[in-house]
Every structure is written in structure tokens, then in C-alpha cells.
Ligand binder design. Structure first.
Ligand code: SAH
Ligand code: DHB
Ligand code: MG
Length: 217
């Protein structure tokens, strides 16, 4: 097994389970054209986020790390007409591209994009949120989790993307601050009695990674 076969299976699964969608495809093309990195969630992962938001019955969603609004679009599609989604993004260019993509997808009216370093924005964000998706700079994951707890209620679900990073989390030679941030996040979420949490590793078009999911008790 190698990355080619993982990507082929992702393509097979997405082909069967995820409708090809012009709004999402045009959004990805616009993100690409603007030079944004292609680090959004895979189509089948985006749809999983939407399904999780539906299971939770989410009326309010917080996302940390917007990029071009790809995962944002999936999450916003789970919201009722009076729902709201707040998404935090450091780069003005990413926020501008996301705004156009979200409007094109018909969910722009549900979404507020807050531009700036998320650790600076979070104290001014008012919750609570039913679902929180953490997907920005990995160094700050521990801080994002503490804010997510403050902005949640019993029954909220907190999801953290990229908690495996190609296995670097278990390589003692990997001491970069982003890997250290992910390790600290996994340690704190795994032992926090306020949540019931687990983590799952994944392969696919986005290589070997994983996500953590925490239910707020
Ligand atoms: N959730 C997106 C992908 C996000 S990629 C999707 O799946 O479609 C990570 C994003 O976090 C990038 O756009 C990056 O600019 C942003 N980011 C990085 N550091 C940040 C910070 N300190 N505060 C807020 N956003 C940050
Ligand atoms: C990176 C960030 C992500 O959120 C992701 O899903 C994949 C890669 C990155 O910074 O490399
Ligand atoms: Mg990610």
C-alpha cells in the first residue's frame, strides 16, 4: 500500500458517496487561482463534517482556520435557515477568497469571517457553539482547545484536524513547534475529564493524518 492507492480509494469513495458539486469545485478552482495552499479537507471528510453537524443538530458552529472556505461550506450546509457560523482566519487574502466562495455556494449570509490571529480574535467571540472545528496553526491547538471549551456547552462537539501528521506525533526526532502543539493537544484532550474524546487516524487524498473528536460532558 502506498499514497497512490490511498488516493485511488479516496477517489473511488468520493465518487460514490459525494455528489460532484459545481459550487465546491468552483470554490476550489478560485482558491487555487488565488494561490492558496491545497490543504483543505478531502471531499469525503468535508461531507463527514456536515453529517456530524447534522447529528449534533448544530445551529451555531465555530471554525478556526477558514482557508478558502471549503470546510466552511460543508459545515454551513448543515445549518438551519436561522443558523450561524463564525470562522477565524489570519490571512486577509484567504478571507477574501472564502467570502466569494461562500457567497457563490449560497451560504454566505450564514457565515461571519473574522480576520486576524485566532488567539487574538477568540476572546471577542461570543458563544456558545454546538460544534467547533479546529484547523488553523498547529502550535496554538492547546490554546484553541481551551477557548473551545469556554465557548461550548454540554453536548457540544469539538473536532481537531491533523492530529497525526504522517506519524510525526510519535517520532521523538520531530521537535517542530507545530508537532509539539499537536502532541500537547492530544495529551490535554485525551485526559480532560470535561470531555469524552477519541482520535482516529486516516489515509487518503490528504495523505496519512487523523482527527480528534470530543463530546463535551
Ligand atoms: N479548514 C480549511 C483549511 C484550513 S488551513 C478547510 O479544510 O477547507 C489552515 C488555515 O489557518 C489557513 O488558511 C491559515 O492561513 C490559517 N491560519 C494560520 N494561522 C492562523 C492563526 N494564527 N489564526 C487564524 N488562522 C490561521
Ligand atoms: C496543513 C494544514 C492543514 O490544516 C491540513 O489539513 C493539512 C496540511 C499544513 O499546514 O501543512
Ligand atoms: Mg487541516
Amino acid at each position: 500500500m502506498n499514497q497512490d492507492s490511498f488516493a485511488a480509494v479516496d477517489s473511488y469513495l468520493s465518487g460514490l458517496y459525494v455528489d460532484s458539486d459545481s459550487a465546491l469545485a468552483e470554490g476550489l478552482a478560485a482558491s487555487d487561482a488565488a494561490g492558496l495552499p491545497q490543504i483543505q479537507v478531502a471531499p469525503n471528510q468535508g461531507k463527514m463534517l456536515m453529517i456530524l453537524a447534522k447529528i449534533v443538530g448544530a445551529k451555531s458552529i465555530l471554525e478556526i482556520g477558514t482557508l478558502g472556505g471549503y470546510s466552511t461550506t460543508w459545515l454551513a450546509r448543515a445549518l438551519p435557515a436561522d443558523g450561524r457560523l463564525v470562522t477565524l482566519e489570519f490571512e486577509q487574502l484567504h478571507a477574501d477568497v472564502a467570502r466569494k466562495n461562500l457567497d457563490r455556494a449560497g451560504v454566505g449570509h450564514l457565515v461571519e469571517i473574522v480576520v486576524g490571529p485566532a488567539m487574538d480574535s477568540l476572546p471577542g467571540v461570543s458563544g456558545p457553539f454546538d460544534l467547533i472545528f479546529i484547523d488553523a496553526d498547529k502550535d496554538n491547538y492547546p490554546g484553541y482547545f481551551e477557548h473551545a471549551m469556554r465557548l461550548s456547552h454540554p453536548g457540544s462537539v469539538i473536532i481537531g484536524d491533523n492530529v497525526v501528521r504522517g506519524g510525526k506525533v510519535v517520532d521523538p526526532g520531530e521537535t517542530d513547534s507545530d508537532i509539539e502543539g499537536i502532541r500537547a493537544f492530544n495529551e490535554m484532550v485525551g485526559k480532560d475529564p470535561r470531555v469524552t474524546a477519541t482520535a482516529i487516524q486516516t489515509v487518503g487524498s490528504k495523505d496519512w493524518d487523523g482527527f480528534a473528536i470530543a463530546y463535551v460532558n
